[in-house]
Design a protein around this ligand. Structure first.
Ligand SMILES: Nc1ncnc2c1ncn2[C@@H]1O[C@H](COP(=O)(O)OP(=O)(O)OP(=O)(O)O)[C@@H](O)[C@H]1O
Ligand code: SF4
Ligand SMILES: [Mg+2]
Length: 344
């Protein structure tokens, strides 16, 4: 049996604010196997980004990991010192963010933002690092990279900047790339190109990918497995194929009902009736109960535990056996079955 590359276990992360404690992550379990592409999906505020930040320990000042483990290659990152974490970030686990504007320093040349970090992490000379940087930029489709590397970020379009960030991340040869909404800030046509680059790079470098996205179309095309998040917890984990063809959790079904199409361009999350839970004072029991059509008394009293219902299929719902795939969800599934990445 292959050991997971990353195993997040019962992770609890809180934020301390003037209005109270935000229970942002309440027992997140998540695994990524080597070379695997894992989707993390859920509505705004459900804890996707803070899970990534907790893994890398780059939480805001008022945030704290309260308990749980983040096992990377079997080693727990939670108790690690900042100096040790600096060796993990970039070199082992790289992250690209939603907004390529804010991740690049506007007053520094691209070369100055790549070479030093490559030289440091890969233990090569600055000349070698420059070559590596140019090679990486070329690989992500920056033409004339040998000259353009000395330009400033404003000379590049949003899509090109995101490519530069991907190149910078991959030049360090990480084992895991966390991409947090990597295309949301980009034009629709550019989104598809950037996703294609991520896909190509993933294959070329044997990367594992943790892809955080609202976009179910992207998930269908790019991922092997999916973790569905709801209100700071994980509702369902399954292969992408199973999630899209045989969803088990009421929230997953609601998500499917909400998408008109699994096209990359159109497949953003539409609305699900009811509002996302406040995490300062979250609903008791199952956090989905105020919006769930299957909810019964037990749901507001007891937290449903995540259990393996079939090999590789995890669901956190008291009444998962009663759940039926609605006609609308059925329609979405039927019309898009061919787009979904098949089980490998
Ligand atoms: N510094 C902070 N102080 C207080 N609460 C915070 C802080 N940072 C995040 N949160 C809260 O933590 C919860 C999880 O946020 P997170 O950023 O992980 O959401 P997300 O799933 O990434 O959403 P989105 O899709 O909008 O990016 C939210 O309720 C958010 O308001
Ligand atoms: S535990 Fe209850 S409220 Fe939660 S998803 Fe299942 S049926 Fe719905
Ligand atoms: Mg986010």
């Amino acid at each position: 049996m292959v050991e997971p590359l990353l195993e997040v276990k019962d992770l609890v992360t809180y934020f301390f604010t003037e209005s109270g404690i935000v229970e942002a992550l309440d027992g997140i379990n998540l695994t990524v196997y080597p070379k695997e592409s894992v989707g993390v999906v859920g509505e705004s505020g459900c804890g996707k980004t803070q899970t990534a930040y907790s893994i890398l320990k780059i939480l805001a000042q008022n945030g704290k990991i309260m308990s749980g483990q983040v096992l990377y290659k079997g080693q727990d990152l939670v108790p690690m010192s900042e100096a040790e974490m600096r060796r993990i970030r970039g070199k082992e686990i790289a992250m690209i963010f939603q907004d390529p504007m804010t991740s690049l320093n506007p007053v520094m040349k691209i070369s100055d933002q790549m070479i030093e970090i490559i030289a440091m992490h890969r233990d090569v000379s600055e000349e070698e690092a420059r070559e590596i940087a140019i090679e990486a930029l070329t690989a992500v489709g920056i033409s004339d990279a040998a000259n353009r590397i000395d330009e400033y970020p404003h000379k590049f379009s949003g899509g090109m900047r995101q490519r530069i960030l991907i190149a910078r991340a991959l030049a360090l040869r990480p084992s895991l790339l966390i991409a947090d909404e990597p295309t949301t800030a980009l034009d629709v046509t550019i989104q598809a190109q950037v996703l294609e680059i991520i896909k190509e790079m993933k294959e070329q470098f044997n990367l594992a990918l943790m892809l955080i996205t609202h976009n179910l179309g992207v998930v269908a095309e790019l991922t092997d497995r999916v973790h569905i998040f709801y209100g700071g917890r994980v509702a369902e984990v399954a292969s992408t194929y199973d999630i899209f063809t045989r969803p088990m959790h009421p929230y997953t079904i609601a998500l499917l009902e909400s998408i008109p199409s699994l096209d990359v361009e159109k497949g953003r999350l539409a609305t699900i009736p009811g509002s996302v839970p406040q995490l300062i004072n979250p609903p008791s029991g199952c956090r989905f109960h105020p919006r769930c059509k299957y909810a019964k008394e037990k749901c507001s009293k007891e937290i449903p535990l995540m259990e393996e219902k079939e090999p590789g299929r995890f669901v956190a719902c008291h009444y998962w056996e009663e759940v039926e795939i609605s006609d609308i969800a059925e329609e979405v599934i039927g019309s898009h079955k061919n787009k979904i990445k098949q089980k490998t």
